[in-house]
Every structure is written in C-alpha cells, then in structure tokens.
Design a binder for this molecule. Structure first.
Ligand SMILES: C[S@@+](CC[C@H](N)C(=O)[O-])C[C@H]1O[C@@H](n2cnc3c(N)ncnc32)[C@H](O)[C@@H]1O
Length: 318
C-alpha cells in the first residue's frame, strides 16, 4: 500500500479528516497498521463541554463534500485559528500542530487554560461535586469574579454537565441562569479525556478576545474557521445568549468584512451560519466565495417535536 492509499483507507474506515489521517499514518506501526491506527484513534481527545451549535455531527458532511479541511492547507507551515471556539469540535477533530483558539466567554477560556496547565488539580476538585438540585443551585449562585481560576473551571464543567441540555445562558448581569438538568448520573469528571485534552492543548494559545483580533495574526496559508452565533431563522428562534452580546445584522456584516479581509490576504476561510436570505445575500457579495447548504439536526428547540432537520450554510473561499 502506498502512503496515499493508506491515508485514503484511514479516512474511509475511521471517518477521520485528511490531516489527522496523515498524523495517524506517521504514528502507526506499519506491521499491524489498521489495528494500531484504531488504537491511536480511540485515544483521541474529545470536546470537554456540551455546547449548543457543536459541530461534531456536521464534520462528516463537510469532509465528504471535500470542503474540510481545505485541500491546499499545509499544517506544517500554516496555522489554525478558531475565534469562536465554544466547545471546539473542529479543533478536536483536526488536532492541528499550531493553533490559536479564542472566545468572548471568559469562564470558558479560563477553563481551557486550567485544563491546559493544572489538569490534575482540576480533576481532584471535580471529583468533590455533588449532583443534587440544592447543591446545583448553590454553585450556580456563585459569582465568578470572587473565584480562583481553578474554581471557575471546576464550576464551569460542573454546571455544563448538570444543567438543562448543557446550555450556556446568562442574564443581563452575566449571571448563569440555566435550570437544573435532572440527570440521574451525570459524568462530571471524565478524567481520562481531560488529560488527553490537556495534552492536546500544550502548544495551543487560548485567549479571551473578540473574533476581530484574528486579523492581527492570521497570514497567507493559515486556516480560519468561524462558527459565530447564528443569524436567527425567525424572530422567535433567536439564540444568541452565549454571552450577553447580541449578534444581529450589524455584527454579521462586520464578520463578513473580516472574512473578506482574510480571504484577500490568502488565508483559507470557512464559516458556518444559518441558511437565511440575509446570510446568503451578504456572503454572495464577496468574490470567489462558495456557499454550500448542509443538513443540520440541531436540538435547540425545547419542544422535541419541533427539532426537525434544518439546513445551514458552510461558506468557503476555496
Ligand atoms: C456557535 S458557538 C460556537 C460553537 C463551537 N464551534 C462548538 O463546536 O461548540 C459561538 C461562540 O461564539 C462566542 N462569541 C460570541 N460573540 C463573540 C465575539 N464577538 N467574539 C468572539 N467570540 C464570540 C460565544 O461565546 C460562543 O462560544
């Protein structure tokens, strides 16, 4: 088997992307190739939080349509940027060598950095949490400003695992206000995965900042993936409260301009958003852009019967 054939086989058999398949190819023992590859892949880190809008279920579609990762992106020279990182599903899928992750959610960014730098301490504090409603309400009422980074990370993961649907929503004062999730046995401390995540983050820079800061660093040949708060499909479906900031026409248009600027620079740019006339219109105004519709089964409607398949768009400049 040639190297290209082996990578093709890995992609198909394990449903993985070309960049990660290349890495597995380099690491796997050639004598028991598939068996060894399977072992390596089973050790891969996963996102450590549930995040509304998580991209995991869409990645296979992106790959099969040859839209992800960009074929010409070279991970040896180009860097990966994810400026609305959230749960980081695409980062964990790609596991690039050089990555810059950022988000405006302060507690989320602190949690990434605590996992990166103090994972063993975090694991021992996570093991001390209880799972009853009274305890949940006590932890929820805490104010992040009065906690250490380690306490913020421990609280953040605890609330994510025990609140309703793993949602993140804050009130106008920034206080977390998602109700108790009533799970019988929530997994609060997935210690093996946390250690793998910590390892994967060792060389990664993770900052709290606005997505526009990406313009200060990204260069020709870098790959930038934008997964912003989506433009609402209807007036009532608005779900933009990951932080207390709104993300409507003005913000979406500024993001489009950032996309366009990076594109002119020679970056590979990929963006997800809702399949709405407004989003289709603003991106079709950029030259050389491809807008592809993808099927998304997103469970953000609290009424299960209304959680049908909806389409969203993947915008690429390649
Ligand atoms: C749709 S979610 C990202 C989902 C993520 N890709 C995943 O797989 O879980 C959008 C994220 O953008 C962040 N955000 C909102 N406004 C922002 C801004 N102006 N700059 C950077 N991040 C922002 C939110 O905190 C949220 O984590």
């Amino acid at each position: 088997m040639t190297k290209d054939e082996a990578i093709f086989e890995l992609k198909k058999t394990f449903d993985i992307n070309a960049i990660y398949a290349h890495k597995v190819f380099m690491l796997a023992d050639q004598d028991k190739f598939l068996e060894d590859a399977q072992k390596i892949i089973s050790e891969k880190p996963k996102p450590f939080v549930k995040w509304v809008g998580g991209k995991r279920q869409l990645l296979t579609q992106f790959r099969l349509m040859n839209l992800y990762p960009p074929e010409k992106f070279d991970p040896k020279t180009g860097r990966y940027f994810e400026p609305f990182v959230g749960g980081g599903a695409v980062f964990f899928d790609l596991l690039p060598e050089k990555a810059f992750l950022s988000d405006l959610n302060n507690d989320l960014v602190i949690t990434y950095n605590v996992i990166k730098k103090e994972v063993e301490k975090l694991i021992s504090t996570l093991k001390k949490h209880k799972t009853d409603k009274e305890y949940f309400l006590k932890i929820r009422a805490q104010n992040s400003n009065e906690l250490t980074d380690l306490e913020i990370a421990s609280r953040f993961i605890f609330l994510n695992r025990t609140c309703f649907n793993g949602m993140y929503r804050v009130n106008s004062k920034g206080g977390f206000n998602v109700p108790f999730g009533k799970y019988t046995n929530p997994l609060i401390c997935d210690e093996q995965n946390l250690r793998k995540v910590s390892n994967a983050l060792k060389e990664v820079e993770i900052k709290k900042q606005d997505y526009k800061e990406v313009l200060k660093k990204a260069k020709k040949g870098d790959f930038v993936y934008f997964d912003p708060p989506y433009y609402p499909v209807s007036k009532t479906s608005s779900f933009t409260s990951y932080t207390s900031e709104a993300f409507l026409e003005k913000e979406q248009t500024e993001l489009r301009d950032t996309f366009s600027e990076l594109s002119k620079r020679g970056c590979f740019v990929m963006l997800s958003n809702s399949d709405t006339p407004f989003i289709n219109k603003i991106y079709s105004e950029i030259k050389g852009v491809r807008i592809t519709k993808v099927q998304a089964g997103r469970a953000i409607n609290s009424d299960a019967s209304k959680r049908g398949k909806i389409t969203e768009v993947l915008v690429t400049n390649y």
